[in-house]
Design a protein around this ligand. Structure first.
Ligand SMILES: Nc1ncnc2c1ncn2[C@@H]1O[C@H](COP(=O)(O)OP(=O)(O)OP(=O)(O)O)[C@@H](O)[C@H]1O
Ligand SMILES: [Mg+2]
Length: 285
């Protein structure tokens, strides 16, 4: 509503502007309705996925668990056979028996791996400020203690922090540093470093070693459970470590990638979604 003035500037009437907003209202209502429907559908799908995931977890856990009892019988009886009746077996039969014993040990390791993987991300994700530098140093000291004969030069950058689940992040670091440790076993001057590095402009962390490395052509298999890029007689392992690490990182909303070349060492970098912004005084580690 505006005054209408005549040529002398006197108010001679009023001008009323009117706009029909019915259509706009309708459009807005429609957008609101669609949004609500979309949100409902996302919530439903999320719930469905969560349920399916839980079921799969429970299934894996139950199967792994249930496999243990018959396996124990196999390994127990084959060990007893060797011990109590070993003299009855000639070369060929003894070799077969040995294969059974080793096979059941391997299966037991694989089951343990499955359980480790399924336990790794079990439970609610606790978000707290985690001092990755302190954890990494503790792990390196522990690895060094386990193999005192090895000379490994390790270095962890100060002030590496992330916001996440301490237990899970610790398990992830244990696997990454453990790999660096393992795959440098035949490197004359073994070096392991943990450093901060931006990944796609997000704060990230890298574990770098100068060990055996791997061929990037097979990098697609790195994080798949039970897939290995080295033979078991070269380096022991079952191939569950990086699968566990990836699960943990994805659960945090982060990413992980590995780069390497044969004989050139390896570098594993990851992000953890909510990078800590807390000052040193607020750290709980
Ligand atoms: N630091 C590394 N240097 C060279 N190769 C690596 C490194 N880390 C991982 N790999 C390769 O990736 C594969 C998968 O790693 P992962 O940790 O899942 O399994 P693993 O170390 O073989 O066994 P596990 O961790 O279950 O004992 C390894 O078998 C190895 O070939
Ligand atoms: Mg490993």
């Amino acid at each position: 509503v505006q005054p209408w003035r005549d040529t002398a500037g006197e108010v001679a009437g009023i001008i009323v502007f009117a706009e029909d907003i019915t259509e706009r209202r309708q459009a807005e209502d429609e957008v609101r309705r669609l949004n609500a429907a979309l949100e409902r559908r996302v919530a439903e799908r999320t719930a469905e996925l969560r349920a399916a995931n839980k079921e799969l977890e429970a299934f894996t856990y139950a199967v792994a668990h249930d496999l243990r009892a018959p396996l124990r019988a196999m390994s127990g009886f084959s060990a007893a056979l060797k011990e109590d009746h070993g003299a009855l077996f000639d070369g060929d039969a003894a070799a077969c028996l040995q294969e059974i014993i080793e096979g059941s040990q391997r299966m037991s390791d694989l089951i343990d791996g499955l359980l480790t993987l399924s336990r790794a991300t079990k439970g609610k994700l606790q978000r707290e400020n985690v001092d990755l530098s302190a954890i990494a140093r503790r792990i390196c000291l522990e690895l060094a203690r386990q193999e005192p004969e090895r000379v490994v030069h390790w270095e962890v950058e100060d002030g590496l922090r992330a916001r996440g689940d301490r237990r899970m992040l610790e398990a992830a670091l244990y696997n990454l540093l453990g790999n660096a440790w393992k795959y440098t076993v035949r490197t004359p001057h073994a070096e392991i470093r943990m450093i901060a590095q931006k990944i796609e402009s997000r704060p990230g962390f890298c574990v770098v070693d100068n060990g055996a490395g791997f061929d990037m052509r097979h990098a697609g298999k790195l994080f798949a459970p039970f897939q290995r890029l080295h033979r078991r007689d070269e380096f022991p392992g079952i191939g569950i470590g990086l699968a566990t690490v990836q699960r943990i990182i994805l659960r945090h909303g982060g990413q992980i990638q590995g780069t390497s070349a044969p004989g050139q060492g390896a570098k594993f970098c990851f992000t953890v979604e909510n990078h800590a912004v807390a000052g040193p005084g607020e750290m709980d580690e």
